[in-house]
Design a protein around this ligand. Structure first.
Ligand SMILES: [Mg+2]
Length: 358
């Protein structure tokens, strides 16, 4: 089999509530890999808030696509190395990591479709049903809306809910967590997301004020660039730290793990150089007895979680408008059933390319 064409497409997609509260739109960089014998693979990456989609598309077109054309798509690991090592002037973090990810996701989709298997079974499945946590809790919600959103997820069967804590006054954040804890009772477990907004001392002080709420994790306390700072926070507080949505390679995650900077790692498949690197990060975490709970695009993350025995929770947030993708899995009883279709199971919905094209 040979790759005969790679098409890219840039989409501008208005975000549904509640993501709209943070970003009015996202850009999606779509990749379709076509092989002879009629096989195709579908991949994408998401530029939240729309920043950088054009740059990702251009990097794919000019730098990465020529490395794959004419090659056998079955050799995913070889092609991933070609892309990863194909540029000595730009490290595969940031937008370049997004670009490699989109192509790697499409390669795996193509290979799994050719094998007639969903990805998680191709990799050797551990489960076809993954527990989900409701995610949202935007800082602009009044407390009543925060509680109402959490209760909607609980009504769908979710036993975990994550809220953001962004107020510069740690007492304000504490009062919001306390109100939510009271409203939901002890059966629902909570986590909080700092989204890199604290420095080390601020993160430690904030965590001390939240200790009594039995939180599952305390997410991205400090700048994702500074793993030493994250490790200092993790050493100093009594809530498990989660981090990794803004880290891109197994080398960054190795540092997170060796420094004991997190108890949960959360790579984003669309950022962290695709399925290939995310699976390696997952196995590396397993060697440290650390669980993996990937960031946002759950429709892709489910396959990773279904193939790793240290997989934990899928992040559940409605980031996709109903007319963008076909095959989105639905949450039932707080769990996602992983689709049994060959590949990752997601395709562009008819007309979405015209409707959302930039
Ligand atoms: Mg986060």
């Amino acid at each position: 089999m040979k790759i005969i064409a790679i098409d890219t497409l840039l989409l501008r997609v208005p975000t549904p509530h509640p993501i709209r509260l943070a970003f009015a739109e996202n850009q999606l960089v779509i990749v379709t890999i076509r092989a002879d014998e009629g096989a195709t693979g579908f991949g994408y990456t998401i530029a939240f808030g729309g920043g950088g989609g054009e740059a990702i598309q251009s990097y794919i077109e000019t730098k990465l696509k020529p490395l794959l054309l004419g090659e056998d798509p079955h050799f995913v690991e070889r092609l991933w190395e070609r892309m990863y090592r194909g540029d000595r002037g730009v490290r595969r973090v940031g937008l370049a990591g997004y670009a490699v990810a989109a192509l790697d996701i499409a390669l795996w989709d193509l290979v799994a479709k050719a094998a007639g298997l969903p990805l998680f079974k191709l990799w050797g499945a551990v489960s076809d049903r993954i527990p989900a946590y409701g995610s949202g809790g935007y800082p602009m919600y009044p407390v009543e809306e925060l509680i109402a959103e959490a209760q909607r997820y609980v009504a769908e069967g979710c036993q975990y809910y994550k809220m953001k804590i962004h107020d510069p006054d740690p007492q304000v954040n504490r009062r919001r967590v306390e109100a939510l804890r009271k409203a939901l009772g002890d059966k629902v477990r909570l986590m909080v997301d700092v989204n890199q907004k604290c420095n080390v001392l601020g993160a430690i002080r904030q965590a001390e004020l939240l200790e009594e709420f039995d939180l599952v994790w305390y997410e991205e306390p400090v700048l994702a660039d500074d793993i030493a700072a994250c490790a200092e926070v993790a050493r100093s507080i009594r809530i498990p730290v989660a981090t990794g949505e803004n880290n891109y390679t197994r080398f960054e995650f190795r540092e997170i793990l060796e420094r004991k900077a997190a108890h949960y790692v959360m790579p984003d498949i669309c950022r962290a150089n695709g399925f290939s690197e995310t699976m390696k990060i997952g196995h590396l975490a397993g060697a440290h007895q650390i669980a993996i709970s990937p960031h946002v695009p759950h429709e892709l993350s489910l396959h990773v979680l279904g193939a790793l025995s240290n997989g934990f929770l899928a992040e559940y947030i409605d980031w996709v408008p109903a007319d963008l993708f076909e095959g989105m899995p639905h949450c039932e009883d707080g769990h996602f059933r992983i689709p049994d279709r060959p590949g990752h199971g997601i395709a562009l919905a008819p007309g979405a390319d015209k409707k959302y094209r930039v």
